[in-house]
Design a protein around this ligand. Structure first.
Ligand code: PLP
Length: 391
């Protein structure tokens, strides 16, 4: 067999492989497996957006190559959305770039700044693409542990000086996947100061910016003074408008960084289907009542999970945002052994936290993206098999 390139061979091992095998085995045995492992909205894309897409598909102008930076009208819609949301001023021509999903932009930003030997600072636990994008560019990721005692925020003072010196990018993600932690203005100001002092570009991932509970509205990174000079934000229609399959997102913020990302993209892809961008404009500027409705659905599910687990001996605070419950595992379990136990005894899939990084050991992730009835059934089974637990 032809040998693969080092950059592929050096990718971190896929830590969910073992649990994936066990899920397949349980299903093969006929177990009615309920998965709380999938981070993909189960609610449909709102009808006004689907209708817009259906109409736009017929426009022959959309059947040709789009512009690599995205339609100006989409980028203007993004700028208007940021203005309405938090008073952020963006130049749609130079400070906004259309992406084919934010995963694409997150993976490509490392190609813009990371030389072999350079470092990207990434959260641990975290969305794997930050580290992998950096590795594919030939760089190294330095894992910043997110710990409960620090509200799952990284502590910049703990990063060794020689690492800081080699760091070019700082990835942040709030509301956070997998912990559902949120960040306030004081934290973002600290991050901006740290980045400025050390000439590091902040890449904030705002995928869950619209999902907040109990009246809480997550602060947008670009809404913080100085953010636009310190870096960029990736945001996406995937989670806010239930559009994961459509592949439409954007990056916005610091002009030279947006320009660099545009240069890489113009050489690698040819932009997002314009009909999808037109549907994206409808999502961003059309009726927004879908967002509070969606948050209400997730909030009810959050309550089902956390109230049930707390009745069994957990002592978790209610999460304020995002679609995850990041639960510590009971005494005597590791992330993996707990996930295996719950799968084997209750037929319920929870994701072992160490799959998101070594600092995720001792936790499992459960998602709110499953119908309420199935969720109740999953929690009932967990209570029946586990009873009460200690930590
Ligand atoms: C879901 C998710 C995204 C969004 O990815 P898209 O490519 O825009 O669908 C980005 N970051 C995190 C942390 C996510 O969980």
């Amino acid at each position: 067999m032809t040998e693969q390139a080092e950059r592929i061979k050096n990718l971190p091992p896929y830590l969910f492989a073992r649990i994936d095998e066990k899920i397949a085995a349980a299903r093969a045995k006929g177990t009615d497996v309920i998965s709380l492992g999938i981070g993909d909205p189960d609610l449909p894309t709102p009808k006004n957006i689907v209708d817009k897409m259906a109409a736009e598909v017929y426009n022959p102008a959309h059947h040709q190559y789009p512009s690599y930076a995205g339609m100006l009208s989409f980028r203007q819609a993004v700028a208007e959305w940021h203005r309405r949301r938090g008073g952020v001023e963006l130049d749609p021509q130079t400070e906004v770039l259309t992406l084919i999903g934010s995963k694409e932009g997150i993976a490509h930003i490392s190609l813009c700044y990371i030389n072999p030997g350079d470092i990207a600072l990434v959260p641990d636990p975290g969305y794997p693409v930050y580290e992998i994008g950096c590795m594919l560019a030939g760089g190294q990721a330095y894992k910043m542990p997110l710990r409960a005692e620090n509200e799952f925020l990284p502590v910049f003072e703990d990063i060794p000086a020689d690492v800081v010196k080699r760091a070019k990018l700082l990835f942040l993600n709030y509301p956070n996947n997998p912990t559902s932690a949120t960040a306030d203005e004081a934290f973002y100001r600290k991050a901006i100061d740290f980045a400025r002092e050390n000439d590091i570009i902040i890449c904030h991932d705002g995928a869950y910016s619209e999902i907040g509970f109990d009246g809480y509205k997550p602060l947008g990174f670009l809404e913080v003074p100085g953010a636009k000079e310190a870096g960029i934000e990736f945001n996406s229609l995937s989670k806010a408008y239930n559009m994961t399959g459509w592949r439409i997102a954007w990056a916005a913020g610091r002009r030279d960084v947006i320009g660099a990302l545009g240069t890489v993209k113009s050489n690698l892809d040819s932009g997002a289907f314009q009909a999808v961008q037109a549907a994206g404009i409808e999502a961003l500027l059309g009726p927004q009542d879908i967002i509070p409705q969606m948050c209400d659905v997730y909030q009810e599910r959050r309550d089902i999970i956390i109230d049930t687990l707390n009745s069994m001996g957990w002592r978790m605070k209610k999460t304020k945002a995002a679609v995850y419950v990041w639960a510590p595992v009971p005494k005597g379990f590791t992330s993996e052994s707990f996930a295996e136990f719950v799968l084997e005894k209750a037929g319920v899939v929870v994701t072992p936290g160490n799959g998101y990084g070594a600092a995720g050991e001792g936790y499992v992730r459960m998602t709110l993206t499953i119908g309420t009835q199935r969720l109740r059934e999953a929690l009932r089974r967990m209570r029946d098999t586990l009873g009460s637990v200690t930590f």
